[in-house]
Design a protein around this ligand. Structure first.
Ligand code: NDP
Length: 248
């Protein structure tokens, strides 16, 4: 199986899309480091499911906005599974508000986790990938980063920044057999969207050609493809997995 036995690290792998990616990777024969910040029991559960299926996984606690934590996350992963060969920058938050009411904290917290953390984690990962001349970096963006969204200027700026980052690093490391891509989900059934008002959810669904929100597994399928050898000639791309939302 393509990429079998390689070591992956998924930031925010304890819940939602990250959890689905962890399970997808394990089904492809990858070993998985499941990063989380506070929900240990959820991360433990992901590892339990993977081990129950005969796979290999560990949990790695750490805040990916903090340089010292990032260094430790990679060191712990390396000690237990080996150097990270496939990095998924998935951890993310929203803090929505119209710009006139957006606080400094709304802005800073979203830029910190949704943009700065991918700089910290990718820089750490690239060092060993360059040495071994193989690697995959997959950034989880959003269609909001491709089209913008009222009330989400902070999130759109972070996710659009991620696209420029993806393209730049793809150019820097392509010759070392390292691909860097971005998967941009539309609205997906996870804790992040659960709290949206019902009428807003319906209005969004009305704009999605496929007529429903996505499932985490539908994002994980694309991430699994990008991690595989079948995607060896795909780099620097932002691929929407959104039921057609960006074309509507
Ligand atoms: P969830 O809110 O379901 O999960 C967030 C994950 O990130 C959890 O595992 C959480 O850990 C972890 N996390 C949060 N803060 C940190 C931190 N500082 N350091 C390390 N880990 C952290 O998120 P989703 O699955 O909904 O979203 C995943 C990604 O997909 C995000 O980047 C999001 O922007 C993107 N996305 C999601 C969409 C959606 O509709 N859901 C749409 C488009 C993009 P813990 O369990 O410990 O709290």
């Amino acid at each position: 199986m393509a990429s079998e036995g390689r070591v992956s690290l998924i930031t925010g792998g304890s819940r939602g899309i990250g959890k689905a990616i962890a399970l997808q990777f394990s089904s492809q024969g990858l070993s998985v480091a499941v990063n989380y910040i506070s929900n240990k029991s959820a991360a433990d559960e992901v590892v339990k499911i993977i081990e129950g299926g005969g796979g290999s996984a560990v949990t790695v606690q750490g805040d990916v906005t903090k340089p010292n934590d990032v260094e430790r996350i990679f060191a712990e992963t390396s000690e237990s599974l080996g150097p990270v060969e496939i990095l998924v920058n998935n951890a993310g938050i929203i803090s929505d508000s119209l710009l006139m009411r957006m606080s400094d904290n709304d802005w800073d917290s979203v830029i910190d986790l949704d943009l700065r953390s991918i700089f910290l984690c990718t820089r750490e990962a690239i060092r060993t990938m360059v040495r071994s001349r193989w690697g995959r970096v997959i950034n989880i963006g959003s269609v909001v980063g491709l089209r913008g969204n009222s009330g989400q200027a902070n999130y759109a700026a972070a996710k659009a920044g991620m696209v420029g980052f993806t393209q730049s690093i793809a150019k820097e490391v392509g010759s070392r057999n390292i691909t860097v891509n971005c998967v941009a989900p539309g609205y997906v059934e996870t804790d992040i969207v659960e709290d949206l008002p019902k009428d807003l959810k319906q209005a969004i669904m009305d704009r999605v050609p496929i007529g429903r929100f996505g499932y985490p597994e539908e994002i994980a399928g694309m991430v699994g493809f990008l991690a595989s050898d079948a995607a060896s000639y795909v780099t620097g791309q932002a691929i929407a997995v959104d039921g057609g939302l960006v074309i509507s």
